[in-house]
Each structure stands twice: as C-alpha cells, then as structure tokens.
Write a protein that binds this ligand. Structure first.
Ligand SMILES: [Zn+2]
Length: 410
C-alpha cells in the first residue's frame, strides 16, 4: 500500500489550477493530465468500472463484498486547486513532531507560519504538519480529499474481512470556479447518496450552505456640462450611492458571521451617464433570502419613482440554494457521519458553510451530499497547512462509513 503521506505529496506536486476565462470543461489541460493519472492509479489498486469522461470526471467502483443489499454510498473530491494563489511547482515541506513554535516557510523572505497568527496550530503539537515553502498554496484543498478517498479504498481492498456494500467514488474538475457539478453525471454515478471530502479542520461536518443570488443594477443618468447642469443633470453615480445607502449598513460580509446573511457590493463602475453595480445576496434561511431579494427590488422601485428621468435596470439571478432542506429529509446521512466520527474518536463540529459547495448543487441534482472534513487549514493561500494525523482520521471516517451496517435500505 502506498502511504497516505507519499500519495498526498505526489498529488500536490501536480499543478491543477483551473482557468475561469476558458469555457472548456475541464478548463485546463493540467486537470485532464491529473485525471488520467488518477484513473490509472484507481485501476492499479483494484477498483472497477473506472471511467474518465471527456469532461475530466473520474469515477470508479469498489464492488460490494457482502451478499445482503446495502445502499450505494459515494465519496467525492475535487481535483483543481484555488486560482487565488500561485500553484506552480508546489514544494511541500514536512515537519515531523511539530514543536508548537513558528515554522519558517521561507527564511530568506521572512515568510513565517506562526501560531500567533494561526492559533489552531497549537492543537497539532507533536504531529506531522505539511506546509508550503511560502511561494505557493499547498493544494490540500482538495488533494487531501482525493488522497483520503483513494487510501481508504485501497485499505478496504487490502482488508477483505471488512464488509461493505458497493462504494462509488468521483473526482471532479473546476470546483474552485464554481463548475464542479456542471457535467457531473448523477445518473451514471448511481449512488443513493454521497459525501464530499472538501471541508477544513478535523471534526467539521457541514450540510448547510447559503442560498445565493446575484443582482446587477444598471443606472442610466444624463450627462450635461456641469456649468449648465442645474435641473437637468442626472448623475448615475449619485443614484448608485443612494441605492447602496438604502441597504442595511450592518448586513455586509465584514459585519456578519454564522447564520447572518448579507448584501455585498463587490464591483461598481460608473460615470455620470452610466453606473453598473454588482451585488451578491446571501442567506441560509430561505424566507429571509426571499426578503433580501425583495428589499433590493423595493429600493430600485423607490429610486425609479424618485428619478423619473433616469433609467434603473435590475437583474436578479438565483445562483444556488441551501442543501439543508434536502439533507434534512434524509437526516440519517448526518447521523451516520456523526457515528463514523465518534467511532474514530472525533467530536463532530456541525456548522453552516458561508458559501456554496458542489455538494449543495449535487443535492439539488438528486444526490444528497453533505461535506466532511479533510483536515486542512488556511485554504487558498501560502499559509495552507495540514496535519497528517487529521488526514488519517478522515481515512478512518471513510472506512467507518463504508462498513456501517446501519444505513437504511433505499
Ligand atoms: Zn475545495
């Protein structure tokens, strides 16, 4: 068996960044190369029905080794890494028996990973930490998830005394640019439900995410020479100010946490003639989510009434929804995860995701799909790190779920 550590190090060394500017799927050839390597590896370790789709989705089966019928369980992770940080030539650093102090990622440049900045590092004293060399991200998001799934499948194959039903696994491209579920063949996957391995630190268990919409507001004013503008100029920039000021000032990302939703103005470009404002709207609660969209509509309507000669256009679009309602109808998936965590001596920490996951989209495509921890910290940047012991626990959780005898028959 290849060790979990070696496997992980091998994966993170392969650049799999996505490219938002490409319409192709996968968006980069780098991901296709990695997908092919994964497919080959899955065949080598003894999985069956290994497929690599034209769009770069890898799927495989661990066949059941029991006579009785159990539901088909899936495990999913994504191959791409975040485009928000450099990902070329990742040089992972292994720190065995971490002493709890600062880690110099790059001594010359003074890039230090310090428990003063990242308190949770102290929880891992004595463990093996894997970090970057300070110049790239690590890519534990989500190469850790892939390593954990492949290692647990290999473990189950090597230990046939462990009894399990049919298991399906899938690795997807382009999650980080929001397209991971786009070409996912839910029917072909043929699982009754699945878990994504794409969470953070050990213990995290997530089945709630935001409801999400985007709002684009285009304001058309009227430009007149400022010297003679009295009574005629309509400055669309000032109207944009009014719109933003009419939204609740405390309901912005920088003032909210946990279950608090927000309006977020993330892009604005304007001249007197025309201003374009781009918002995202987020809320876990579906009623409050509707109210938020209504609030934006009402503000726009009021402005239209006030400035009859201006033009104010609003385009509201739903982006994704909270998977909670789907998962709650199948709550045994969470109960089973909690049991699998506790069997591995991990206390589950259930918390809402302040974003979306591929699992939420898959849930609405008919595959209920909560999210399990991978063990990593500080994703999407050069301070990313992961303790090997947390990854080993994730493997244990996958094995526990795979061998659980208490999943209800579908
Ligand atoms: Zn991820």
């Amino acid at each position: 068996m290849q060790s979990l550590l070696d496997r992980f190090i091998g994966y993170v060394r392969q650049d799999t960044r996505p490219d938002e500017s490409s319409d192709a799927c996968p968006s980069t050839h780098l991901q296709k190369i990695f997908a092919q390597k994964l497919a080959d590896e899955l065949k080598t370790i003894g999985l069956t029905e290994v497929t690599l789709s034209d769009h770069g989705y890898v799927m495989a089966t661990l066949p059941s080794n029991i006579k009785t019928q159990r539901p088909v369980l899936g495990f999913i992770a994504h191959m791409d890494t975040s485009p928000e940080a450099p990902s070329e030539k990742v040089k992972p650093q292994i720190h065995r028996k971490y002493n709890g102090n600062d880690i110099a990622l790059d001594e010359h440049k003074g890039i230090i990973l310090s428990p003063r900045d990242f308190k949770e590092m102290r929880n891992y004293k004595g463990q093996t930490l894997i970090t970057t060399d300070g110049s790239t991200l690590l890519g534990a998001d989500d190469k850790a998830g892939i390593s954990e799934i492949v290692t647990s499948m290999e473990y189950l194959i090597s230990n046939p005394a462990l009894k399990h039903g049919k298991i399906r696994i899938a690795f997807t491209p382009d999650e980080e640019i929001g397209r991971g579920a786009d070409k996912f063949d839910v029917e072909g996957f043929e699982a009754d439900f699945a878990y994504t391995l794409d969470g953070g630190k050990i213990g995290e268990l997530e089945f709630e995410n935001f409801n999400a919409a985007s709002a684009v507001i285009i304001i058309k004013g009227r430009s007149v020479h400022p010297g003679t503008a009295k009574g005629t100029m309509i400055n669309s920039i000032k109207l944009a100010h009014e719109i933003d000021a009419a939204l609740p000032a405390r309901e912005r990302p920088q003032f909210t946490s946990d279950h608090e939703g927000f309006f977020h103005l993330y892009d604005i470009k304007g001249t007197v003639e025309e201003t374009i404002m781009k918002y995202i709207i987020r809320d876990h609660d579906s009623e409050r989510f509707k109210e938020r969209k209504k609030t934006v509509e009402d503000v726009v309507i009021r402005l239209r009434k006030k400035y009859k000669k201006a033009e104010v256009l609003l385009t509201l679009k739903d982006q994704y929804f909270n998977m909670k309602e789907i998962i709650e109808a199948n709550y045994f998936i969470i109960d089973e995860a909690v049991k699998a965590y506790r069997k591995a001596s991990i206390e589950p920490e259930i918390k809402p995701v302040r974003g979306g996951t591929d699992g939420s989209r898959l849930s609405f495509m008919g595959l209920p799909c909560p999210n399990l921890f991978t063990g990593g910290h500080n994703y999407h940047g050069r301070f990313e790190y992961i303790p090997l012991e947390s990854m080993e626990k994730a493997v244990e959780v996958i094995v526990n779920l795979s061998t659980s005898e208490t999943f209800p028959k579908q």
